[in-house]
Design a protein. Structure first.
Ligand code: PLP
Length: 408
């Protein structure tokens, strides 16, 4: 707020495909798919048309109690058909953070329903980002998002993102009978694009099973073809107990998210008396948001963006790795999914006083939008990006790094 208060806002006026225009008519490559969500690219008329049709049929109606609507049912069934979990059930929400809070409450409530109310503890990973609602803020793996709000939700802890042994040690430290669930992104996104080490998820799935801990996958960024499949986690061949999704489910055309749970988690709520899950939101199952998602899924399937994404991933990876030799660059992380991080050296950040915000501004002035986090520039373009556009993105970023280096 303080930065924006000092200067003009960057007003995005229009978008089409991978391009944005500001209100002066200048064009920019959307290297971040807005905030990791516009998987099918901007300006898809068929999504707008589906929204228009739905608005004229049933604009919005609650799905509380036994109320339902056709788009919400169809979307839930379609997602269930592709979910890498057994006997899936879906709760729809309006976004990622809301879905994380839903999953955390479900996990604790599940154990309470099973007569183990002491199973409350939630474990997450360093660098993990799970939105900024109450539980999300409490389990986030980045301290800067946690401070200033007083005491957060208790009985949570964070383990190193790259060590399954650390997860097991933490479960044993807390006591397996006290641990409700473990939360992980398939590839850590907003925290800086951290890929899991070889075999990591096989091992954590085994550990969760061994101690009965619910395995919750946060697919908010990794889902809907960004990793070349439906929910991202399929890439690692494991089956979680819950999957949290948002963003790419509707490519952001309208806000939508949700939680899918397997039969094990659903069972006490569906099949036992006396365990209602007294949770829900006004816009859950919003028919028009679901209609946008269904049209988005049509595009993903018809254009086979699942396969396209794997090819884009390879090209983006090799283009980004070309920046690894730049004097300001410490490391390039890419190669799983259409996303990457270009991390600056400590020398650049501390001794030269370069900030990622400066590189981001320079790149934007040159017509490319990337995302700055404290140590890295992140990219996650729409999956429809071409090779030529990837090369333009990466060469513009290289030019921005050169220009910033010359100033320092
Ligand atoms: N989980 C992940 C992995 C995310 O990247 C995000 C948002 O970036 C969220 C959850 C939160 O989603 P929302 O911002 O829709 O609340």
């Amino acid at each position: 707020m303080n930065t924006v208060a000092k200067g003009p806002e960057f007003v995005v006026a229009r978008a089409e495909g991978v391009w944005l225009w500001d209100r002066s008519g200048d064009r920019y490559l959307d290297g971040t798919a807005s905030l990791w969500y516009c998987n099918v690219g901007h300006g898809r008329n068929e999504i707008a048309d589906a929204v228009h049709r739905q608005m004229n049929t049933l604009d919005a109606y609650t799905v509380y109690g036994d109320f339902a609507n056709e788009p919400a049912l169809e979307l839930s069934e379609r997602l269930a058909a592709h979910a890498p979990i057994e006997d899936p059930r879906t709760i729809l929400t309006s976004g990622g953070g809301e879905s994380i809070d839903t999953a955390a409450k479900l996990a604790r409530s599940y154990w309470a329903a099973l007569g183990q109310p002491e199973r409350q503890h939630l474990i997450s990973r360093t660098g993990g980002y799970h939105g900024l609602n109450g539980f999300g803020t409490s389990i986030i793996g980045m301290d800067r998002f946690r401070s200033g709000y007083g005491r957060l939700i208790e009985d949570t802890s964070v383990v190193p993102h790259d060590s399954a042994a650390a997860l097991e040690a933490e479960i044993l430290r807390v006591g397996p009978h006290r641990v409700a669930a473990y939360f992980a992104e398939p590839v850590i996104g907003a925290g800086g694009v951290f890929l899991p080490p070889e075999g990591y998820f096989t091992e954590v799935a085994r550990i969760c099973q061994k101690y009965g801990v619910l395995f919750v996958v946060d697919s908010v960024i990794c889902g809907f073809a960004r990793l070349g499949n439906w929910f991202g986690i399929e890439r690692f061949g494991v089956s979680p107990d819950m999957i949290v999704f948002a963003k790419g489910v509707s490519s952001g055309y309208l806000p939508l998210g949700g939680v899918m749970v397997n039969g094990r988690v659903a069972d006490p709520f569906w099949n036992q008396e006396g365990h209602p899950f007294l949770h829900g939101t006004t816009y859950a199952g919003h028919p028009t948001a679901c209609a946008a998602a269904l049209a988005n899924l049509d595009i993903l399937e018809r254009e086979d963006l699942f396969t396209v994404s794997r090819e884009v991933e390879r090209h983006l990876d090799s283009a980004l790795q070309g920046l690894a030799g730049h004097p300001l660059v410490a490391e390039v992380r890419s190669g799983v999914g259409v996303m990457g991080a270009v991390e600056l050296t400590e020398e650049a950040l501390t001794e030269r006083g370069i900030t990622t915000a400066e590189v981001f501004q320079e790149a934007r002035t040159r017509g490319v939008v990337v995302r700055p986090v404290p140590k890295a520039l992140l990219v996650s373009p729409p999956l429809t990006i071409t090779w030529e556009q990837i090369d333009h993105l990466v060469s513009t970023l290289a030019g921005a790094l050169d220009a910033v280096m010359a100033r320092h």
